[in-house]
Ligand binder design. Sequence first.
Ligand code: AMP
Ligand code: MN
Ligand code: MN
Ligand code: MN
Length: 280
Amino acid sequence: MEAFNADLHCHSTVSDGLLSPTDMVRRAHSNGVDLLALTDHDEIGGLEAAAAMAGELGMRFVNGVEISVSWGDDQTVHILGLGFDRQFTPLVQGLANVRGGRDSRARRIAAELDKVAIRGAYEGALKYVGNPALISRSHFARYIVELGHAKDVKGVFDWWLAKGKPGHVQHTWATMEDAVRWIHGAGGIAVVAHPGRYRLARAELARMLAMFKDLGGGGIEVVSGSNNEEHIRDHAHLARHHGFLASRGSDFHGPGESWIDLGRMPQLPDDLTPVWTKLH
Ligand code: AMP
Ligand code: MN
Ligand code: MN
Ligand code: MN
């Protein structure tokens, strides 16, 4: 029998993905995904349509979201919420507040880019945005590629948008306490996304995970789209050490822009407890 194929991390046009929520569900289904979570950044507006499409196709689906959190000294950490009630008011309201900061941040990013002679970046990024409240660095990246300053979106981050680069600005997102509280209040499980992607020293990463655990955080993403075998071994070790459930997600954003397609990631190491065994 084929191993159970869960993909619990991906993005639609509701945030910075390239496909609509229903097209994401169709693609997951045709890729052989058994259980999907759509996890748009700071936004749950795609879940209803995605859940309905999954129902039509007979594919299991759980509600998801990827919440932007500020932790420690200007670090951004992404916390996934899985399997929650999407009507829960504090979650709905909390996410609205997180999104509320994105437009002014985008204007600040554009002002910084203007200083290095990248003109009209705010308007340029908006051309790629489906949902204006969700303007993100991915949309700036697409515009900068259009201008010919980089050959692909990943190259843009390395030169223009990552921390320490000209278009990077400081921004305060949700607190980790609030993000976990909203997810738990809505009956969901909180999971630290892509633990290897943060620019944290080893001891700091351990401190961040310990704090997340103290707040009742349930899991970490052991297998993420951009991971190689070494990352997976490392994340599995972290899951065992801290006693976390293990999640698996592609972080797929769209054809041609992602590391790996929906459902095409390696399996979790056998000894870990998959987070989906605790999702209803
Ligand atoms: P934002 O929430 O506006 O800061 O945008 C973050 C998004 O930018 C992530 O969810 C990714 O989709 C994208 N991103 C961040 N870093 C990179 C990178 N190095 N390469 C490609 N995409 C990236
Ligand atoms: Mn993204
Ligand atoms: Mn992320
Ligand atoms: Mn993501």
